[in-house]
Design a protein around this ligand. Structure first.
Ligand code: FDA
Length: 579
C-alpha cells in the first residue's frame, strides 16, 4: 500500500507565496505541510521592495518587527539617481517610494507600515522560521511530481531528492506556489495568457564598499546611462543596493538572440567598473544570474481543490517592485479562506472568491510592471542623441544647452520624470485594490466610487465593501498609538462600531461565533482621540463595519440597528451570505 501522510493543506514552494501561505495557515492553527525541491530558500536576493500592503501582511502575522531588523529602512530607499556612473556626473534624481516631500504624508496616512527593502533571501527564511515555530511542517529537498484529486482530497506525489524515495501525501487542498515554471498549474490544467521571455536581463551580485558614492544620496536603485554599453530594453544599467552599501547587484539587459550573456571575469569586471565609474574598482563576485521579462497572467487560479498563486499565476518583470508583494497578498487572501473552510466556519464556495478577487489584481500588476519598462523611453530620449557617435554625451550636451533645444529637453525631462511616478510612487497601485466576489456584500446605498485623485498614484481610504479598512491611529490600552488595522484581522472577522453602536455589539455577543470579535471605537483600548476615525468611517457612529480576517471590508451598515434582534438578523444574514 502506498505510504500516506495526512495534512489539511500541502504547499509546493517556499518562495514569498508558499512561505506566507504557510505562515498564515500555521498562525490560524491549520495543519500545513510545505515542500521545496531545494535544500533551502532563495539563494539570491531577488525581490526586495516590500510595499506597505505586504508589510501590513507581515504586521498582521506578527513578524513585522523582525523584518524591519533585517531590512534597509524606508528613509534609505528613495533618492533614486539617473547618472552616467556612480562616480560620474549625475543627470537627474527622483524621490521614490513615497519618500519625497510631496508624497511622504500620503504614505504615512495610508498605512501604519512604512515600506521597507528586504531581499528575498532574508524574507523567506524569516517567514519559514516563524511558520515552522507555529507548527508548519517543512520538507526541503523534496520535489513535487504530480497530483490526483477527488471529491475528498488531493493525493500529492513527492520525491525525496536525497534518497530518491517517492511517497504520497494526502491533503484536503494543494497550493501551487511553485513559481513562474509552475508544474502544479500545468498538472491542474490551468493556463497563463500572454508572452513569456520577451527580453532578458543579466545580474551580477557583488561585494564592494561603495559608500563613498552613495551614502550621501541613499537609494536602493541607481540607474546608469552611458554610451559605452548596450543595456537592452530599458536602455540603462542598474546598480541595486542589497546591503547598504557593500553588497550590490549590477544589472543590464542583453540580446537574447545572441544566447547567454558574457559572464567571463573580464567582462564582469568591465561592466561593473563602467557602472560604478571606477576603472580600478576591486570587488568580489558572489553570483551571476539571468532572468527573463514575462508579460502573462492566469485568468483562473484554481481547479477543484488545487489553488495556485504568486508567480505561478502572474509573471512580469521586477519594475514597480510588485512581484513578491503580490505573492504575499495572494497568500493572505487565500489563507484565511482555507482556514475557515477547514475549521468548518465556511462552505467550500468561499474559496471561489480567491480567483475572483485576485485574478484582476494579477492582470493589473502584470500590465503595470511591463508599462513601467516602456516608460523609460521618454527619459532616454532626454538623455540621448540617437544619431550621434556617442549618443549619451551628445544627448547630455543638448540637455545642458542654453538655447531652445536645451530648454525643450529640460522641460521634457521634467515630464519624463513625472511619468516614472507611476513606477516609483504608485501608492494607489499598491493599496487601492477592490475585491469583488461573493465574499463581499456591496453597499446598495452607496453610489459608484468616484476617485478623487489619480487611483494609480494615490490611495483612497474608504470603508466601502471590497476595500481595505482605512488606517487611522487610535489610542490603545497602554496609551500608545494603535492602528485600526492592529485591532482587526489575525484570523478573525471584526465587527467594528462606535460607542453609540451598542446594539451591534450585543447582537454579536449573543451569536458567540468563535471567529468574530467586536471593536468599539471610542472605548478604552481604541480611543479615537485624534478624531480621525470619525473622518474616515463613512458610516454613522452607530453604524457597523464588518471586516474580514484579511482586513478587507466585507459589509457595512450606515445607521444604527433599531434594536438588538434587528442587528442580530442583519449580522447573521450577512455572515451566512459571506461564508
Ligand atoms: P518563487 O519562484 O519565489 O518560489 C517558487 C518555489 O517553488 C521555490 O521554493 C521553488 O524551489 C519551489 N518549487 C518549484 N517547483 C517545485 C517542485 N516541482 N517541487 C518542489 N518545489 C518546487 N518582486 C518584488 O515584489 N519586488 C522586487 O523588487 C522584485 N525584484 C526581483 C528581481 C529579480 C531579479 C527577480 C527575478 C524577481 C524579482 N521580483 C521582485 C519578483 C519575485 O522574485 C517573484 O515575484 C517571487 O519570487 C515569486 O514568488 P513565488 O513564491 O510565487 O515563487
Amino acid at each position: 500500500r502506498p505510504e500516506q501522510l495526512q495534512t489539511d493543506v500541502l504547499v509546493v514552494g517556499t518562495g514569498p507565496m508558499g512561505a506566507t501561505t504557510a505562515l498564515a495557515l500555521a498562525t490560524y492553527g491549520v495543519r500545513v505541510h510545505v515542500v521545496n525541491r531545494f535544500n533551502w530558500t532563495a539563494n539570491t536576493p531577488r525581490a526586495h521592495i516590500t510595499n506597505q500592503r505586504a508589510v501590513e501582511v507581515l504586521r498582521d502575522l506578527g513578524v513585522e518587527k523582525e523584518a524591519r531588523l533585517e531590512a534597509t529602512p524606508w528613509e534609505w530607499m528613495g533618492d533614486t539617481l539617473f547618472t552616467t556612473s556612480l562616480a560620474g556626473p549625475e543627470i537627474a534624481r527622483l524621490r521614490t517610494w513615497g519618500t519625497g516631500d510631496d508624497r511622504i504624508s500620503d504614505y504615512l496616512q495610508g498605512s501604519p507600515c512604512t515600506m521597507l527593502d528586504l531581499p528575498q533571501d532574508k524574507m523567506e527564511p524569516l517567514l519559514v522560521k516563524n511558520a515552522a515555530a507555529r507548527g508548519a511542517v517543512f520538507s526541503f529537498n523534496t520535489e513535487y511530481l504530480r497530483h490526483e484529486q477527488d471529491s475528498e482530497g488531493v493525493t500529492v506525489f513527492l520525491q525525496d531528492r536525497t534518497t530518491g524515495r517517492e511517497y504520497q501525501v494526502r491533503a484536503r487542498y494543494l497550493i501551487g506556489a511553485d513559481g513562474a515554471r509552475s508544474k502544479v498549474m500545468d498538472d491542474a490544467g490551468l493556463q497563463v495568457e500572454g508572452q513569456l521571455a520577451r527580453a532578458a536581463t543579466a545580474y551580477v551580485f557583488f561585494k564592494a564598499d561603495l559608500s563613498r558614492y552613495v551614502a550621501h544620496r541613499p537609494s536602493i536603485l541607481y540607474w546608469i546611462v552611458t554610451s559605452n554599453a548596450a543595456f537592452g530594453e530599458i536602455g540603462m544599467g542598474l546598480l541595486r543596493a542589497i546591503n547598504p552599501w557593500d553588497e550590490w547587484i549590477a544589472g543590464w539587459g542583453f540580446d537574447m538572440g545572441q544566447g547567454e550573456p558574457d559572464f567571463s571575469p573580464e567582462e564582469i569586471k568591465r561592466k561593473v567598473r563602467l557602472l560604478v565609474g571606477d576603472p580600478n574598482l576591486e570587488f568580489e563576485v558572489k553570483s551571476t544570474s539571468v532572468w527573463y521579462v514575462n508579460q502573462a497572467h492566469a485568468p483562473i487560479y484554481s481547479k477543484g481543490r488545487v489553488f495556485c498563486g504568486g508567480d505561478a499565476v502572474h509573471r512580469h518583470p521586477p519594475s514597480s517592485g510588485l512581484g513578491s508583494n503580490t505573492c504575499m497578498q495572494d497568500a493572505f487572501n487565500l489563507a484565511w479562506k482555507l482556514a475557515f473552510v477547514v475549521k468548518g466556519y465556511a462552505g467550500e464556495r468561499l474559496l471561489d472568491s480567491y480567483t475572483l478577487e485576485r485574478a484582476p489584481v494579477g492582470a493589473q500588476i502584470v500590465a503595470r510592471a511591463n508599462q513601467s519598462r516602456v516608460d523609460y523611453a521618454p527619459l532616454n530620449r532626454c538623455f540621448r542623441d540617437a544619431d550621434a557617435a556617442e549618443p549619451v554625451e551628445a544627448g547630455l550636451q543638448k540637455l545642458a544647452d542654453p538655447g531652445p533645444e536645451g530648454l525643450a529637453r529640460r522641460a521634457a525631462l521634467a515630464g519624463a520624470l513625472k511619468v516614472k511616478n507611476y513606477e516609483f510612487n504608485a501608492q494607489g497601485v499598491e493599496l487601492n485594490q477592490r475585491c469583488v466576489s461573493a465574499a463581499v456584500i456591496p453597499d446598495a446605498d452607496a453610489a459608484e466610487e468616484v476617485w478623487k485623485r489619480d487611483p494609480q498614484l494615490h490611495v483612497q481610504a474608504t470603508t466601502r465593501p471590497g476595500a481595505k479598512l482605512p488606517h487611522a491611529w487610535l489610542v490603545g490600552a497602554d496609551g500608545r498609538r494603535v492602528s485600526t488595522l492592529d485591532l482587526v484581522g489575525k484570523g478573525r472577522f471584526t465587527l467594528l462600531t462606535g460607542i453609540a453602536g451598542r446594539a451591534w455589539v450585543e447582537a454579536a455577543a449573543t451569536m458567540a461565533r468563535p471567529y468574530l470579535r467586536t471593536l468599539i471605537v471610542g472605548t478604552p483600548g481604541a480611543l479615537d482621540s485624534y478624531c480621525s476615525w470619525q473622518e474616515l468611517r463613512e458610516v454613522d457612529e452607530a453604524g457597523a463595519i464588518l471586516v474580514r480576517p484579511d482586513g478587507v471590508v466585507a459589509w457595512r451598515q450606515h445607521a444604527a440597528a433599531s434594536h438588538v434582534d434587528a442587528a442580530k438578523v442583519a449580522l447573521e444574514r450577512a455572515l451566512a451570505a459571506l461564508l
